[in-house]
Write a protein that binds this ligand. Structure first.
Ligand SMILES: NC(=O)c1ccc[n+]([C@@H]2O[C@H](COP(=O)([O-])OP(=O)(O)OC[C@H]3O[C@@H](n4cnc5c(N)ncnc54)[C@H](OP(=O)(O)O)[C@@H]3O)[C@@H](O)[C@H]2O)c1
Length: 257
């Protein structure tokens, strides 16, 4: 496995799913880690396992809260990593007006505001060093409106647009920013996912390790976009090239529930 060009990384949402796999891929490439999430037992178990390869510590933080974000901002200021992975995210399903507004606000705090704050906390140090990477985990869900997941789709549209803008602002500085846009991926977030051996499973669903490897490869080689899997590369190209009115109509037909 190729050695990582980043010697240290802070990964949010490292206690399960894509974030856990990103941590594993980075550790396998010799990158020391700070893991962030709320479930301390999970973080500790992963840290113990990965310490056989690289130095690992963890921070228990709820990034949907001011205290949690401040804690991680402080760490980023004191010990800026060479790579920041903004992966922690949640999604809520249902008609927006029927969902508890507190949960929708918490989703925006986590998916949008924490990502923005942590990026702001680390980017100046990376620019001063002339070296660094930021990997922001968005989703294909951010490409189009998503009835049934209105808040989630909007948060991911923010992540994609924000990262694409930053990419231009830091061009030529030695700092790379990458937006990861996975399609359906087998993780704890995907309750009710089909059997991996079924046709939809094989055609549409991604393995978290595959997604993590593609993402780390992209940020290491300075690529702005990472869309793992052939099916999702096509979906990404189609949703971005069709007129927006057609995309809106299509997405309302495949309304997520
Ligand atoms: N699975 C998919 O189909 C899919 C597709 C496209 C994009 N994504 C994106 O991939 C990212 C990872 O999701 P996943 O699929 O790997 O789901 P997951 O297994 O549920 O992982 C979510 C991670 O976020 C952390 N997290 C949740 N709320 C948090 C909070 N308030 N503060 C700090 N950490 C928090 C969780 O840790 P704790 O619960 O321990 O805090 C966990 O480590 C998300 O941004 C998601 O939107 C997923």
């Amino acid at each position: 496995m190729a050695k990582s060009s980043y010697r240290t990384a802070l990964v949010t949402g490292a206690s399960s799913g894509i974030g856990e796999q990103i941590a594993r891929v980075l550790a396998g490439r010799g990158c020391g880690l700070t893991l962030v999430a709320r479930r301390t037992e999970r973080l500790d178990a992963l840290a113990v396992e990965l310490r056989e390869r690289v130095p690992v510590d963890w921070i228990a933080a709820d990034l949907a809260t001011e205290d949690g974000v401040e804690l991680v901002e402080q760490r980023l200021a004191e010990r800026p990593p060479e790579l920041l992975v903004n992966n922690a995210g949640v999604s809520s399903g249902g008609n927006f007006h029927e969902l508890p507004v507190e949960a929708e606000v918490a989703e925006v705090r986590l998916n949008v505001l924490a990502l923005l704050r942590l990026t702001h906390a680390v980017l100046p140090a990376m620019l001063r060093a002339g070296h660094g990477g930021i990997l922001n985990v968005s989703s294909i869900a951010g490409n189009q409106p998503l009835p049934g997941f209105a808040t989630y789709g909007a948060t991911k549209a923010f992540v994609t647009s924000f990262t694409e803008s930053l990419a231009f602002e830091v061009r030529g500085t030695g700092v790379h920013v990458t937006v990861l846009k996975p399609g359906y991926t087998y993780t704890e977030m995907s309750a009710g996912a089909p059997d991996p051996a079924s046709l939809p499973g094989r055609l549409l669903w991604l393995d978290a390790e595959q997604v993590a490897t593609a993402a780390v490869d992209a940020v290491t080689s300075g690529r702005l976009h990472s869309v793992p899997g052939a099916t999702w590369k096509i979906a990404d190209a189609v949703t971005q090239s069709l007129p927006r009115a057609w995309v809106r109509t299509l997405s309302s037909r495949v309304r997520a529930t």
